[in-house]
Ligand binder design. Structure first.
Ligand SMILES: NC(=O)c1ccc[n+]([C@@H]2O[C@H](COP(=O)([O-])OP(=O)(O)OC[C@H]3O[C@@H](n4cnc5c(N)ncnc54)[C@H](O)[C@@H]3O)[C@@H](O)[C@H]2O)c1
Length: 347
């Protein structure tokens, strides 16, 4: 029996951090990623190069290609643990091109589940999203809330993945955890998301947009805390579980901007825009289930996370982020729909 852990999406933000921590604890790690151009592929290639240096094996290809994925299982001697982070992320591009989202999220997840089932998977964890709560009027989101009314193709694909996963648990007894991440940020973060965009734009003196008076708030989760939750769920397979992995402590938009200004050492140039219809004033993860079952306890206050992000940006990323942000001024989000936050603030 192989002890290899397959990490999909390992060229991306959360997958690369997860693979790195797994390698650090001495695990054998096989990374799968198609390295698509959703954002600058140089960032992804660098992530992969680092992981390979640390001992990971890298397989480049599309998870929808069953023969390719079966080949990985064969080469890796039938891995029995899977961390599935690969997906098309982002709400707005999913509205532009829903088919690619259904393929890369629902079809790919089904292929992976099916192969994992055939090969006797012991623990399969995958990235869902707080986007599934998008239509909710609640301000604290719990796993038992009804999320049958998604408001974007992206959210619909994440909910669909949860449904397919539950079916595999029901039919084959697989241990599967669906992890609803709340706005993840930190070093090597996605360049299309607000934290890195704000740091980059404020550093460069480029204006940011703020919708409303800045009193809206949302739950941001630092990458190390997310990785900790991913590994805890991988290490404690418990049938089928859905977990919110958030911080549980929302931050107001104006405090977010102030913090970035303080850490960057420059004032933000803010374009004030009116509230948008359907604004959600506050979003927050109820993380009590993950706390109770996984001993998940996020340790990084938002301010500390922003400090670390800025330190990383100053050291490693200045020029690349600038290039990425210039290429992509139309920002996209990956999380619950919250028009109170500016386009930039939408993660
Ligand atoms: N970052 C967040 O705040 C956030 C919030 C909620 C959910 N999520 C989910 O967490 C996961 C990781 O997100 P991320 O921010 O690291 O995104 P990311 O875009 O940085 O990484 C995703 C990776 O998956 C790869 N990929 C996509 N489709 C593939 C396919 N068909 N075959 C092989 N590889 C494929 C991409 O090339 C990319 O490297 C995703 O499932 C995302 O939907 C992220």
């Amino acid at each position: 029996m192989s002890s290899t852990i397959v990490v999909t999406g390992g060229a991306g933000f959360i997958g690369s951090h997860t693979a790195q921590v797994l390698l650090g604890r001495g695990e054998s790690v096989a990374v799968i990623d198609e390295v698509n151009d959703y954002y600058d592929v140089r960032v992804k290639r660098e992530n992969i190069a680092e992981l390979v240096k640390l001992g990971a094996r890298f397989y480049e290809g599309d998870l929808c290609d069953r023969a390719f994925v079966e080949g990985v299982w064969e080469a890796e001697n039938n891995p029995q643990r899977v961390v599935h982070m690969a997906a098309r992320a982002g709400v707005r591009p999913s509205i532009e091109d829903p088919v690619v989202y259904v393929k890369s999220n629902v079809e790919a997840t089904t292929v992976l589940l099916d192969i994992a089932k055939e090969k006797g998977s012991q623990s399969f964890v995958f990235a869902s999203s707080s986007s599934v709560y998008g239509g909710s009027k609640k301000t604290v989101f719990g796993e038992h809330d009804v999320v049958d009314f998604p408001v974007s193709p992206y959210a619909a694909t994440k909910k669909a993945c949860e449904l397919v996963a539950h079916t595999y648990h029901h039919l084959y007894g697989m241990n599967i955890a669906a992890l609803r991440f709340f706005t993840v940020f930190g070093p090597r973060g996605r360049p299309d998301m607000a934290p890195l965009k704000f740091v980059d734009k404020i550093s460069r003196g480029v204006p940011i947009q703020q919708y409303g008076d800045g009193s809206s708030s949302r739950d941001y989760t630092y990458i190390d805390d997310i990785v900790d939750g991913v590994l805890r769920s991988l290490d404690r397979p418990m049938g089928f579980q859905v977990y919110n992995l958030g911080n549980g402590k929302p931050t107001r938009l104006k405090d977010f901007i102030k913090l970035v200004e303080k850490e960057v050492g420059k004032p933000a140039i803010i374009e004030l825009l009116p509230d948008q219809p359907g604004d959600v004033p506050r979003t927050c993860a109820d993380i009590s289930k993950a706390q109770a079952l996984l001993d998940y306890n996020p340790k990084t206050p938002f301010a500390d996370g922003i400090k670390k992000l800025v330190a990383w940006y100053n050291e490693h990323h200045h020029n690349k982020a600038a290039a990425a942000a210039d290429d992509d001024d139309d920002d996209d989000d990956d999380d619950v729909s919250d028009a109170t936050l500016s386009d930039d603030a939408k993660p």
